[in-house]
Design a protein around this ligand. Structure first.
Ligand code: CA
Length: 691
């Protein structure tokens, strides 16, 4: 007798992903099982049900409101009909991928008062799945394994020293039963490393430090002893930097794991390493063995970096025909504005050409692999300010790019935003709430609204379609301003991108022709993805404005249109007919109380604000549509200001107490300055509105 049993889906194994499945993910287009879809992180999908001919029929299939209003940067994963996301504050959710029904939700309860320890919003870029578990790194440095069927924690490890200002924003990746996780905090006196934990037990398998520690102690490995020869002074006292907060890729054939490292800490090379040496392994791409973490090769993009030119931007692997020869390449479009193509077996540099405006170097010398620096760019040596293109925001940041084997093009979400570096004459490590890099910028936005508008006019954003075989741009899509979303390319000859203007849009992947868009009611930063359930192709993206740009630049980020954070998961399909709710709520008008503080108090208040407040609230207290606009705050006229600033009354929202660095008089001076700013801005508004 033949017994046929139809298992209810509730009992089907969840997230049953293993090495074989991930190694062959390219031929499993229904699923998106790792951050960049495949180990090579191409973010290309072979799905073509939605294509350049029918994309105009794309509509919203379903959406889910998220229980946070901070920046959303995660790429959803889909395995066998279940969609997994992480959100701001490192929360995780699982949905039925076709209906949008919530299956479970997990909140790691990250203490919100960690706010001052994070440079760039309370973001998280995604989860990993492996053998029935979902892995998430949390903002407070934990790595947690969840049961994929229920969301129940199976194990938790603290990957960081909680006395240090180290955070996690990155999506973990799993290779050979190792969960690989890096860390963030490159402006907060930390020493960079990347770790691998056993996927089943959570036991630490290996840790690779990216910069050497105290040379009076034994080095962790021979390669650290070598790296130490490229440093001077007492770098280890401040940590050195070299964090590992985004890029990871893996080549199963070569069995090489690749990751990128970030800037030095502090940025200024004079105060980091006596202005001497290459400072390995800052701003480098490193290849290691995934099982042991053993070093194989490295390529340092920017020796002795002092511009926050990370090499943490996404690493993409592909086989590309260059000068008639099929090469196994590794590609990166890092912050420094050059598009790098390396031989991924050896680390040999094959090409490096600018994909955006670059003024800090005239090129990259292919023989030595070193940049040909503009001497004026080394502000530590000249002692003079330097206006750099690109700057710390990066020609390209974490917003994922995509490589389409169908068109042979790499699509890069590109920013054009000059950044002023001002050398300090004396450097002291900054306490909690302050940033070793950005403090000089924040106070420097001009008070004159016309001057600020002029700065905003210089900000640009576009998608560059880069031909890696020819090392040149094929074409570009111009957008209204910078800080647009990551991209997805598909075999349907489509390129998808959400943007800072509050749209989700589709373009022809071979020409950039705009084909379709729908409003998203908020700026989109995250990378889109696509999957198939029950024969239907879906495209999903997390919407939710935020990240470092609106937080630090405030009103300048309105170049693409005024955004406020509305955090949602948006899922589209052909003929989808769902619609977003009508937007509620307007802006609060500027209505500051009277202020009688003297000039000295206002200057003190401004200086304190620039040091302790502006990294999150922006140079001019604007909030960027993510945090409250302090200029319109009801607290300005109330003693509740001190409850918040000194007593941590809003710590549940991420606003920690600053009583460790500000006394009552100083907190009052900050308030006086914010009131004076609000009054000046209100007066400027009245001027522009008068006939
Ligand atoms: Ca950095």
């Amino acid at each position: 007798m033949l017994l046929v049993v139809a298992w209810p889906t509730a009992f089907a194994a969840r997230a049953s992903v293993d090495a074989t499945r991930l190694d062959h993910a390219a031929s499993d287009p229904a699923n998106w099982m790792s951050y960049g879809r495949t180990y090579d992180e191409q973010r290309f999908s072979p799905l073509a049900q939605i294509n350049a001919d029918n994309v105009r029929q794309l509509g919203l299939a379903w959406y889910a409101d998220l229980d946070t209003n901070r920046g959303q940067e995660a790429t959803p994963l889909v395995v066998d009909g279940v969609l997994y996301i992480s959100t701001a504050w490192s929360m995780v959710k699982a949905y039925e991928a076709d209906t949008g029904k919530l299956i479970w939700a997990f909140d790691p309860k990250v203490p919100r008062e960690i706010g001052p320890d994070i440079c760039c919003d309370a973001v998280n870029r995604g989860v990993a799945v492996w053998k029935g578990r979902v892995y998430v790194g949390t903002l407070d440095g934990r790595l947690i394994a969840l049961d994929a069927a229920t969301g129940t924690p199976q194990w938790t490890v603290q990957t960081t020293d909680r006395s240090k200002r180290i955070t996690i924003t990155q999506a973990p990746r799993v290779v050979k039963d190792r969960v690989i996780i890096g860390m963030s905090g490159g402006e907060y006196n930390v020493r960079g490393y990347i770790s691998a934990y056993d996927a089943a037990s959570g036991k630490l398998a290996w840790r690779f430090f990216t910069v050497p520690g105290d040379p009076s102690q034994p080095f962790e490995s021979p390669i650290m002893a070598k790296a130490a020869r490229t440093w001077s002074g007492e770098w280890w006292k401040l940590g050195g930097g070299g964090t590992t907060w985004d890029a990871i890729a893996y080549d199963p054939d070569l069995d090489l794991l690749y990751f990128g490292t970030d800037n030095g800490d502090p940025w200024n090379a004079k105060f980091r390493s006596d202005d001497r040496g290459d400072n390995l392994f800052l701003t480098s791409i490193i290849a290691v063995r995934p099982e042991t973490g053993q070093y194989v090769w490295h390529y340092q993009l920017v020796p002795g970096d002092e511009w926050d030119f990370s090499a943490t931007q996404q690493i993409v692997l592909a086989d590309v025909r260059i000068a008639g020869k099929l090469r196994k390449v590794l590609m990166q479009a890092p912050k420094d504005g050059f598009f790098y193509v390396l031989d991924r077996r050896t680390g040999e540099l094959l090409s490096a050409k600018p994909f955006t405006v670059v003024n800090w170097a005239s090129g990259i010398d292919l023989r030595s692999g070193r940049p040909i620096e503009n001497p004026a760019a080394r502000y530590s040596r000249t002692g003079k300010p330097w206006l750099s293109q690109p700057g710390a925001m990066g020609g390209h940041s974490w917003q994922p790019m995509s490589y389409s084997p169908a068109t042979g093009l790499v699509y890069i979400p590109t920013n054009e935003a000059a950044f002023p570096y001002t050398p300090e004459t004396v450097f002291t490590a900054k306490p909690r709430g302050m940033n070793n890099g950005l403090d000089k910028l924040a106070g420097d936005l001009p008070p004159d609204p016309a001057a600020r508008l002029q700065i905003a006019a210089g900000l640009k954003g576009y998608v560059v379609a880069w031909n890696p075989a020819l090392a040149k741009e094929a074409w570009r899509i111009d957008l209204k301003g910078p800080w647009n979303g990551g991209v997805l390319s598909t075999a349907g000859n489509l390129l998808f991108q959400g943007n800072a203007s509050g749209e989700f849009a589709a373009y022809r992947a071979d020409s950039g022709e705009r084909l379709w868009s729908l409003p998203t009611q908020t700026g989109v930063m995250a990378g889109p993805m696509t999957y198939e359930v029950g024969g239907v192709q879906y495209v999903a993206v997390l919407a939710g404005w935020g990240g470092v740009f609106p937080l630090v630049a405030g009103e300048l980020s309105e170049k693409s249109g005024k955004q406020r954070n509305v955090s949602r998961l948006l899922v589209y399909k052909l003929g989808g007919s769902a619609s977003l709710p009508v937007q509620q709520g307007g802006e609060r008008a500027l209505d500051p109380p009277a202020e009688t503080a003297d000039e000295d108090t206002l200057n003190t208040g401004h200086a304190l604000y620039a040091n302790f407040c502006s990294d999150c609230h922006g140079a001019r207290a604007h909030g960027g549509g993510v945090l409250p606009d302090l200029r319109t705050s009801g607290l300005l006229g109330s003693d509740a200001w001190f409850d918040v600033v000194l007593d941590g009354a809003l710590k549940a929202n991420g606003m920690a107490s600053f009583a460790n660095v500000l006394d009552h008089r100083q907190a009052a001076a900050v308030r006086s300055w914010v009131i004076s700013l609000a009054r000046a801005d209100k007066a400027a508004e009245a001027l522009t509105q008068s006939p």
